[in-house]
Design a protein around this ligand. Structure first.
Ligand code: GLP
Length: 242
């Protein structure tokens, strides 16, 4: 069953998401969180940092697994998702460095890295709460349309639309990596709870296909209709086609 929460603004969407994450950690201090990059969850991270600073939300026993990383991108490269997570979140909370997991885009053997990553998630007892953004083509993580629903962490080729959308973070479109390592749909579906966030008019079609469309690999996020505990939190613009 999919729950849809329509909020008035990006700020309200972020507050609702931060409350769910904070509530999860409050009830289970050793929670395993699945985390996403992108502009969408940025404000949620800021709000969680504020809750940590103001009322001491404790991340010392929390473990995190990020969804994805560009292939060939070193962790200290400012465009990498490693860098993004540290500079927008991890550096400001009391999470232990050894409890932070992000796929290694520099791994020589990406297949082995995918297997290692999935085994680590399993060894930690699975993901309690997975945060997701969504691409304009309804991709989640980097699971582009026509992905296999049974995929676990694996190498993916980015769609032209995604390369174009992500080029805003690079000087030129040529610099956007063409490949990434991403948790698969199966990895995401195995999370006990999923919260997907979207804001802005450019996500409206993806949200419509996710919530109202038929379950199809052409809109990867539509599989979440089969998830046991999925919540979609959107602002008015992203909800405009619902
Ligand atoms: C990237 C990431 C996704 C993210 C998507 C949307 O492709 N791999 O995890 O959800 O972009 O990003 P944004 O939130 O910036 O719109």
């Amino acid at each position: 069953m999919m729950r849809v929460i329509v909020t008035n603004s990006y700020d309200e969407m972020s507050t609702e998401a931060a409350k769910i994450v904070a509530g999860q950690i409050y009830l289970k201090p050793d929670s395993v969180l699945g985390l996403a990059t992108g502009s969408t969850p940025l404000s949620m991270y800021k709000k969680l940092i504020a809750v940590h600073e103001m009322i001491g939300l404790d991340f010392s026993q929390v473990t995190t697994f990020n969804l994805d990383e560009y292939i060939g991108m070193a962790p200290d490269n400012p465009q990498s998702y490693h860098y993004f997570m540290h500079h927008n979140f991890f550096d400001f909370i009391n999470i232990k460095p050894e409890n932070i997991y992000i796929p290694d885009g520099m791994a020589k053997d990406i297949v082995a890295e995918g297997k290692r990553y999935d085994a680590l998630i399993e060894a930690k007892g699975g993901i309690d709460l997975q945060i997701l953004g969504i691409g304009q083509n309804a991709h989640i993580g980097f699971n582009e349309p026509d992905i296999k629903f049974e995929a676990t962490t694996h190498k993916v080729r980015l769609d032209e639309e995604t390369i174009q959308a992500n080029s805003r973070f690079f000087q030129t479109e040529e610099e956007v990596p063409r490949y990434a390592i991403s948790m698969g749909i199966k990895t995401i579906m195995l999370a006990k709870k999923v919260v997907l966030l979207a804001n802005g008019r450019n996500k409206a079609e993806a949200i419509y296909n996710t919530v109202c469309g038929s379950i199809s690999p052409s809109a990867p996020a539509s599989i979440l209709q089969l998830h046991r505990d999925a919540t979609v939190i959107v602002d008015k613009e992203a909800a405009s086609l619902l």
